[in-house]
Ligand binder design. Structure first.
Ligand SMILES: [Zn+2]
Length: 69
């Protein structure tokens, strides 16, 4: 066992995925990698609505007016 100190986060600046502005990526930014709570909400909204929508696995019902012999 070593008693090496817990590595501290190195604060750095990243690009906010939502607005493209510089965002502080550090332990004191709870919204990382976003720049703000608003941007995080925007991204979550996109995620939930359509950007990452899961396709409906159920195929459309076949027409039942096709003669079956
Ligand atoms: Zn942002």
């Amino acid at each position: 066992m070593t008693d090496a100190p817990t590595p501290q986060w190195t604060a750095r600046t990243v690009t906010c995925p939502a607005c493209g502005q510089p965002a502080r990526y550090a332990a004191d930014n709870p919204w990382r990698p976003f720049c703000s709570a608003r941007c995080k909400q925007l991204d979550l909204g996109a995620w939930a609505s359509e950007a990452y929508r899961v396709p409906d696995p159920t195929p459309p019902a076949p027409p039942d007016d096709v003669p079956q012999h």
